[in-house]
Write a protein that binds this ligand. Structure first.
Ligand SMILES: CC(=O)N[C@@H]([C@@H](O)[C@H](O)[C@H](O)CO)[C@@H](O)CC(=O)C(=O)O
Length: 292
């Protein structure tokens, strides 16, 4: 498989919202030992990062690096609309923990101008010896970067690619065509196959925590030229993803991991705790799509 698969790592939280270290380590191990993913995207949306304090973010980066070591590729998402925090986290993960690649979400909420966005990225990488992957997720941030915006960001040689969580396939094709040497990691799991056909380098997603086997089989079928098999797997995957989305995304992935024996814990408030109905539905999803 030449294309890389990354799980967007979940964080296991205790009921009171503190980090469950044992559970978080178990999620890391499950991804390495059972899912056999190529890498982990740490501190992203799936990690519930944007609801966390700086010290908690640092602790999660530390736990993951300690557990994973150099077994798989690690990408640390350090972006924050507090640029000083983003720089502090970048410095911490690279210099104290040894992460080699960082990522940063586009700064959101204040409708920053493009020159401000470019300044943000250049500042984050300026003082660290690491490469950066832009995290573009317009549906959640409201920030859409144009092809020319990407061209300007990519002028910085330390900015090596994008985690592209976007259904704009025209822009994706234009990016691939114009920047053959930049890494494009696709982030919308339910549209993996069309993204593969446009030449992405791999994928990062939340559902790979539980559905990596199908994703890898789909990539293998695609790379072998067996498009019908790849499409069949995507159909099956999307039945699973529809069921997960209908029951609460992160809560359900955590419940599914629990069915697999992984202490995936709770989501962080204000996300709500799973109801008994959600637990029952998750067990049905597990039995239908994931049980061997
Ligand atoms: C909002 C969100 O969680 N998006 C996911 C997807 O994997 C998404 O959950 C999946 O495609 C289901 O819609 C990833 O793009 C997020 C991600 O990689 C991250 O943790 O930052």
């Amino acid at each position: 498989m030449t294309k890389k698969l990354y799980s967007a790592l979940l964080t296991s939280f205790n009921a009171d919202g503190t980090v469950n270290e044992k559970g978080t380590r178990e999620i890391v191990r499950h991804n390495i030992d059972v899912n056999h993913v190529d890498g982990l995207y740490v501190g992203g949306s799936t990690g519930e990062n944007f609801m966390l304090q700086t010290a908690t973010k640092k602790r999660i980066f530390e736990i993951v690096k300690d557990e994973a070591g150099d077994d798989v590729d690690l990408i640390a998402q350090v972006g924050s609309i507090d640029l000083q925090e983003a720089k502090e986290l970048a410095n911490y993960v690279v210099n104290d923990l040894g992460y080699k690649t960082i990522s940063a979400v586009t700064p959101f909420y204040y409708n920053f101008s493009f020159p401000e966005i470019k300044y943000y990225y250049d500042e984050i990488v300026k003082d660290v010896n690491a490469n950066l992957i832009v995290y573009s997720i317009p549906a959640l941030t409201g920030v859409s970067l144009s092809l020319d915006n990407f061209a300007k960001l990519f002028e910085n040689p330390k900015i090596i690619g994008v985690k592209y969580t976007n259904a704009d396939f025209f822009l994706l094709e234009r990016l691939r065509n114009r920047f053959p040497d930049k890494k494009i990691l696709f982030g919308t799991d339910e549209m993996l196959l069309p993204a593969l056909s446009l030449g992405v380098d791999g994928a990062i997603g939340s559902t790979y925590n539980v559905n990596a086997a199908r994703a890898k089989a789909e990539i293998e079928a695609f790379e072998a030229g067996n498009m019908q098999k790849a499409l069949d797997i995507q159909h099956e995957t999307n039945d699973l993803i529809s069921a997960i989305l209908g029951n609460g995304l992160y809560q359900t992935i955590k419940l599914l991991l629990q069915d697999m024996g992984v202490e995936a814990g709770y989501t962080k408030e204000p996300m709500h705790k799973p109801t008994p109905e959600m637990k029952t539905t998750a067990s049905e999803i597990y039995a239908k799509f994931l049980k061997n």
